[in-house]
Ligand binder design. Structure first.
Ligand code: FAD
Length: 546
């Protein structure tokens, strides 16, 4: 197994050796594509992963960040899906405890709103049952006074009590990177900024792809025995490259906003109800901020142009102000926004929120397998199913190995996590907030940061208020395939969303540090900053009615 992680160096090697045929070409570097690449490489397949942007730059980096069974799906009788989700939640929490962390959710019960206390408590009991009572804790009923003691800023009018239950929270972009690193270590070739523009068909089979190296504007071909379409909400585009291709998705848009925590002060995740249509919206604590989402509306445009609009943000703010009457939050209080598209299976005649979150693996044409639908939580199941289907075509392997004994990767137990925390604290001179953040981001890989941390200037915070340091930037470039300024400021750190100025004040410094490894001159640095400004404009677009 390889050590370290992918970088601009490995990118050059892959591009030089493209003549060799692959067993599997995976298109899409979201959670699904990275996990497929990991599973397939682990059984010895030669895998090429092609991603048109950065790893996690699609839907997988724009989620509600929940690893959950999906309590609300019980209402639609989706027992099997909820059961699978809770099993995955358990697996992820116990194998990646640094990244997938338990989170307590408080549901306040209000007179005449939602399903009512009895039905909700029955649902919570079923939720615990379907998880085999394997959750961190069982749910608990609360009286109105207990609710107010836990969350004093909640609306009191009509409050009848509440309940506490547990799911998990994850840094979604980091979960994608972790799977990308696992894939790399198992032998996968990973090319980001490589956009598939055509499918090679020969003898009635898909036998490879044409792709563009977006950074150099060069086209290439890569050959593979099977192509896996893991492009999430873009997957119809790839299918339509075939003469027989047809649309199979009903994408829906969901947006989130980061708000200052001080106005609402939730200590738990809060399950809110929109005063407009009673849809559930979550308020999730994230360091000094609260992440609020999401919406769910049909989307018919270009998936590359999805963004939070004024109306979406207004809907979320109304829900927050209704639930926390003292918050008085307005547009100018919103720190940032982001929008993503759910790659849902086409199902019409039902409202957006009721479209199934199940996934499907289909053979669209000989040699082309597509993964449709699904959730972040169940990514392993979808990936494993797709690789099993590919195994029937490629042969040479008859069972998956990524969970097998002795297959080393980045997993650890809770006890190992504690030891790790102490050892990172022992690296000296880092404040506890930074230690916690490093452990949460890198897990076992913290030890790879040691050499960078020895340089005093790399131990400095990038902006004073947030626990990201310059060592994160160098690590991102050297071991996590960051090729552009936006890769660092959006996904390796969360500065674009968490910093009030979206990291613009430090963009030049960060780009200059990246330039040392990536060999950028002044012109390229300016280009990176100007492209990053466009991303910031999207995050801010809702303010100008966009
Ligand atoms: P993506 O992450 O979109 O990856 C597809 C990738 O393919 C993209 O990176 C894209 O750039 C790339 N690509 C596209 N076309 C090409 C091409 N031609 N060549 C090369 N690359 C290409 N699930 C949960 O379990 N928990 C949650 O809390 C949750 N919250 C959500 C909130 C919202 C608002 C949304 C929209 C979804 C949420 N989901 C959640 C669902 C979950 O995010 C998705 O199911 C999952 O991320 C899909 O992953 P993916 O890898 O299939 O797609």
């Amino acid at each position: 197994m390889k050590e370290g992680g992918p970088s601009w160096r490995t990118r050059e090697e892959i591009l030089r050796g493209l003549g060799a045929a692959y067993d599997l070409i995976v298109v899409g570097g979201g959670i699904t594509g990275c996990a497929v690449s990991h599973e397939a490489s682990a059984i010895g397949y030669r895998v090429l992963l092609l991603e048109k942007g950065d790893l996690g730059s699609g839907t997988s980096g724009k989620t509600s960040r929940l690893i959950h069974g999906g309590l609300r799906y019980l209402k639609y009788g989706k027992m099997k899906m909820v059961h699978q989700g809770t099993r995955e939640r358990y697996w992820l929490r116990t194998n990646y405890p640094h990244l997938v962390r338990p989170l307590a959710f408080l549901i306040p019960f209000y007179e005449g709103v939602g399903e009512g206390p009895l039905a909700t408590l029955f649902g919570l009991w079923l939720y615990d049952l379907l998880s085999g009572f394997s959750n961190v804790k069982r749910h608990r009923r609360l009286g109105p006074k207990e609710v107010m003691a836990l969350e004093p800023n909640l609306r009191t009018q009509g409050l009848r009590g509440g309940a506490l239950y547990y799911d998990c929270f994850v840094d979604d972009a980091r979960l994608v990177l972790l799977n990308g690193t696992l894939a790399f270590r198992a032998g996968a070739h990973i090319l980001t900024y490589a956009k598939v523009e055509g499918l090679i068909r020969e003898d009635g089979r898909v036998q490879g792809v044409q792709f563009r190296d977006v950074l150099r504007d060069e086209t290439h071909e890569a050959r593979g025995r099977v192509v896996i379409n893991a492009t999430g909400p873009w997957s119809d585009d790839l299918r339509l490259m075939l003469p027989s291709g047809r649309n199979r998705l009903r994408p829906t848009k969901g947006i989130h906003v980061f708000l200052p925590r001080s106005n609402m002060g939730p200590r738990h995740a809060i399950v809110m109800r929109s005063p407009l249509d009673e849809r559930v919206v979550f308020a999730l604590p994230w360091r000094d901020l609260t992440l609020v989402g999401t919406t769910d509306t049909d989307f018919r445009g270009n998936p590359d142009e999805v963004r939070a609009e004024a109306e979406d943000v207004g809907y979320l703010l109304d829900t927050v102000n209704h639930t926390f009457p003292g918050a008085h939050l307005a547009f100018e209080d919103v720190v940032s926004s982001y929008a993503g598209l759910r790659p849902l299976l086409a199902q019409y005649g039902v409202p957006e929120s009721e479209v199934t979150r199940d996934f499907k693996v289909v053979e669209d044409a000989p040699g082309l397998i597509s993964i449709l639908g699904g959730k972040l939580t169940t990514y392993r199941r979808a990936a494993r199913k797709a690789v099993k289907k590919a195994m029937r075509m490629v042969g040479r392997a008859n069972r998956l190995r990524s969970e097998g004994l002795g297959f080393r990767d980045l997993r650890m137990t809770d006890a190992e996590l504690e030891v790790l925390r102490e050892s990172v604290s022992g690296m000296g001179g880092l404040d506890p907030q930074i230690v916690d953040r490093l452990v949460a981001s890198y897990g076992r890989d913290c030890h790879r940061l040691r050499t960078y941390l020895e340089e005093g200037n790399l131990r400095q915070r990038i902006v004073p208020e947030l626990p990201y340091i310059y060592a994160d930037v160098v690590f991102a470039v050297e071991q996590e395939l960051a090729l552009r300024l936006q890769d660092v400021l959006v996904r390796r750190t969360g500065l674009v969303y968490e910093d009030a100025g979206h990291g613009l004040s430090v963009a030049k410094e960060v780009a200059s540090l990246m330039a040392k490894s990536l060999g950028w001159g002044k012109e390229r640095i300016d280009q990176e900053i100007s492209d990053y400004e466009k991303i910031v404009a999207e995050v801010e677009a809702f303010r100008w009615g966009g």
